[in-house]
Design a protein around this ligand. Structure first.
Ligand code: HEC
Ligand code: HEC
Ligand code: HEC
Length: 307
């Protein structure tokens, strides 16, 4: 019993230490992604050129020799440019842990027959996938535009536009509880769309939610699902009430506007001490909290990043 406990503690500490390293890296990615959003003022900004160059060199050098030609290994063609690789179903934009392209390398199944990739290479691949902003256009093209395009699209909803046009649809607007309340998300989550077709997979559903969240980061649905059972309105843990509207949340003392790395609300998620006792949040959920805090304009006198 005692022994098992120590073994568990050891494992936990290792996990925690390695996660902290990853989070430090991740913070930078979110910082770059966030800065991109600030300057582009619209999600869908390109990843850092350096990161792209590294990922491209890596894939060309280590993978393309088997994954190219008429019959690429496993039916996965990795010989094209990064944009085409990002469009493969082996890549879930912004979510390396859900991307088989990352998982097979992480689990040392690829490159087939070795030599195994270094930790740095693994990080390069992870960071590149993480830097890809969510983009539902390919999904909509494949599953929706047969009805939702043309001269008279179903429900007058045209889903064939580019990211900018999609972001302006009234159906992409949030209700009171964040992205999960946008009509465009609700009709997918309740399975009523695609009409008559198979339901979207969980990953596809998350990609739509991540995209909606990237339009205007809103963590309320996440807090409701993962935090308010302890941080509710009455007698909240640590006096921290996470049920408020966006203005109330932005005013919490655990939030430093514009500075996720200085906000305990983000840091307690990043070091995995919250949700207490629960499974840690996914990369994309942690990223959402980062994006939201980062999107809050810091007070004027702080200067700097206030646009
Ligand atoms: C020596 C040849 C070879 C190299 C190099 C190689 N692969 Fe593969 N890969 C294969 C083969 C063969 C398959 C088919 C499945 C299998 O046999 O495991 C495959 C399958 C895959 C799949 C599909 C797996 C699945 O379960 O859907 C992915 C993704 C993949 N490789 C990624 C990569 C990446 C990323 C690299 C470079 C880091 C890489 N491969 C390097 C031979 C290779
Ligand atoms: C086979 C045709 C068809 C396909 C495919 C289809 N839809 Fe629809 N969709 C409709 C029709 C017809 C309506 C209007 C009737 C209704 O609301 O059920 C509709 C309504 C909607 C609405 C409600 C619009 C509003 O303003 O109330 C949304 C949102 C929607 N679809 C999203 C999607 C998405 C996203 C996909 C792809 C993942 C999709 N649909 C695929 C036929 C389709
Ligand atoms: C199972 C109950 C539980 C859940 C779920 C939970 N917390 Fe907590 N939280 C606590 C308790 C108890 C404390 C006080 C003890 C501590 O700081 O560890 C706390 C403290 C905190 C603090 C420190 C507040 C301060 O000023 O000292 C933050 C920030 C926080 N939680 C954020 C979150 C977030 C964000 C979530 C959801 C992603 C979450 N918590 C989910 C129980 C919970």
């Amino acid at each position: 019993m005692r022994r098992m406990q120590t073994a568990w503690m050891g494992l936990l500490n290792i996990l925690r230490a390695s996660f902290k390293l990853n989070i430090m890296r991740a913070s930078w990615i979110y910082l770059f992604a966030g800065l991109g959003v600030l300057t582009a003022s619209f999600a869908g900004s390109a990843p850092k050129p350096r990161q792209e160059a590294d990922a491209k060199t890596l894939i060309q050098g280590q993978c393309a020799k088997c994954h190219s030609g008429e019959k690429p290994a496993g039916g996965v063609d990795l010989s094209g440019d990064l944009a085409s690789i990002a469009g493969l179903r082996d890549v879930v934009r912004g979510r390396p842990q859900a991307s088989s392209l990352y998982k097979v390398v992480r689990d040392r199944e690829m490159p087939k027959g070795g030599p195994k990739l270094s930790d740095d290479d693994l990080t390069t691949l992870r960071d590149w996938i993480m830097s890809l902003r969510p983009d539902p256009t390919a999904l909509f093209k494949a599953r929706c535009i047969s009805c939702h395009s043309g001269a008279s699209p179903a429900a007058a909803l045209d889903l064939s536009g580019d990211l900018k046009a999609l972001g302006k649809l009234p159906q992409a607007k949030f209700g009171d509880e964040g992205a999960a309340t946008a009509v465009l998300y609700k009709r997918l989550a309740d399975g009523s769309m695609p009409k008559g077709g198979t339901k979207l997979t969980d990953d596809e559903l998350s990609s739509v939610r991540d995209w909606l969240n990237s339009l205007q980061p809103d963590p309320r649905a996440l807090f409701t699902a993962k935090c308010v059972k302890c941080h509710g309105a009455t007698n909240p843990a640590a006096g921290l009430d996470l049920t408020g509207d966006l203005t109330a949340l932005a005013g919490l003392k655990q939030v430093v506007k514009g500075k996720p790395a200085g906000s305990s609300l983000y840091l307690r998620i990043a070091d995995r001490s919250m949700p207490k006792g629960g499974p840690p949040l996914s990369d994309s959920d942690a990223g959402l909290v980062w994006d939201w805090i980062h999107s809050l304009a810091p007070p004027k006198e702080a200067g700097g990043l206030s646009q």
